[in-house]
Design a protein around this ligand. Structure first.
Ligand code: TYM
Length: 329
């Protein structure tokens, strides 16, 4: 069975970017693949977090995973800090990663610009921890949004480097990046990625936003003066809204263009808001139910951690042996 691994940081609420670029694409693999979906709390603390919020956000991401349609009977859902092999492998890989490689990471460069007061070493070696997440499970495929491509490239390089330096140990993982929706843009600045850490809350839609909030945010979304619903780079705002429409309604981009051929942005936006509301409604309702049943969620992540740990330990044991650490027994 092929192995799938992916993860989301529990740093605040999830946006439709996280859902359309990542989680929604995971659903189709549940039946035929061996899937691991992680809540990467160790990654989240590379930027300041309030402990109580982080604790809650981890549970919320788990609830959103399930509410989005991941079936805990079929896939392994777990919290990264519960499986210590992730940090242990990260140390070994840190010792094989060149600073030059990390200096080139665009996400680090961006985050360090924004975060000069707290430029910690964790933010710098973040991609190495991510490589560990993936490599521990002998992952074949990693479904992610476009912004994770470069991190995936590093994971592949590290797998090959270790395999060459010692002997074949890691599977070299492949990214899966969707053709449409891998980069959902900000509703306010359509040349920027939609991000939950944006200070302007009109720039993103959360999976948990209520209908009125969604209508308001869509209405305010930046467009252009062409007033034609066309999927082109000249109209980045509208292009992004068509992408969201298409991914949530499963209608093709062409069909959407045709449907709005003789209509203006007001009509299009009005319908788009309803498409988003209806698309997210079942997720939000299920999410609210799940959050009332914390015992159930705890059971899921405990079992997930046990599953994940077994597999991760096996890989880590091999790594430690090959590096030359003396076995304890
Ligand atoms: P994170 O938490 O920033 O985002 C989670 C997933 O959502 C995707 N994504 C988007 N896709 C389309 N449009 C957007 N605007 C958008 N914003 C976010 C991300 O590409 C990602 O797939 N480093 C990862 C978490 C991680 C991970 C891993 C992923 C840690 N270890 C191992 C895969 C495998 C991150 O920060 O994702």
């Amino acid at each position: 069975k092929k192995v799938i691994f992916s993860g989301v940081q529990p740093s605040g609420k999830l946006t439709i970017g996280n859902y359309l670029g990542a989680i929604k694409n995971w659903l189709k693999y549940q039946d035929e693949y061996d899937c691991y979906f992680c809540i990467v709390d160790l990654h989240a603390i590379t930027v300041p977090q309030v402990a109580k919020d982080l604790r809650r956000n981890s549970l919320e991401v788990l609830a959103l995973y399930i509410a989005s349609g991941l079936n805990p009977e079929k896939v392994t859902l777990f919290i990264q800090s519960h499986v210590s092999a992730h940090t242990e492998l990260a140390w070994v890989l840190n010792c094989m990663t060149y600073m030059g490689e990390l200096n080139r990471m665009t996400q680090f460069k961006e985050k360090s610009k924004k975060n000069e007061a707290n430029l910690n070493a964790g933010l710098y070696t973040y991609p190495v921890l991510m490589a560990s997440d993936i490599l521990l499970y002998q992952t074949d495929l990693v479904p992610v949004g476009d912004d994770q491509k470069q991190h995936l490239e590093l994971a592949r390089d590290l797998a090959r480097r270790f395999n060459n330096r010692y002997s074949p140990t890691f599977k070299v993982p492949e990214p899966i990046i969707a053709k449409v929706g891998a980069r959902i843009m900000s509703l306010q600045e359509p040349n920027k990625k939609m991000s939950k850490s944006d200070e302007n809350e009109n720039s993103y839609i959360l999976l948990t936003d209520d209908p009125d909030t969604i209508r308001r945010k869509v209405k305010r979304a930046v467009t252009d003066s062409y007033n034609t619903v066309k999927f082109t780079d000249e109209q980045p705002g509208i292009k992004n809204l068509i992408t969201i429409y298409s991914k949530l309604s499963d209608e093709s981009i062409e069909d959407i263009e045709n449907k709005y051929e003789d209509k203006g942005y007001a009509d299009f936006k009005k319908d788009l808001a309803e498409v988003i509301i209806e698309g997210l409604r079942p997720i939000r309702e299920k999410f609210e139910d799940l959050m009332k049943n914390k015992d159930y969620l705890e059971e899921i992540y405990l079992e997930g951690a046990n599953n994940a740990e077994r597999v991760a330990r096996k890989t880590l044991r091999k790594v430690y042996r090959k590096v030359g650490f003396r076995p304890r027994k």
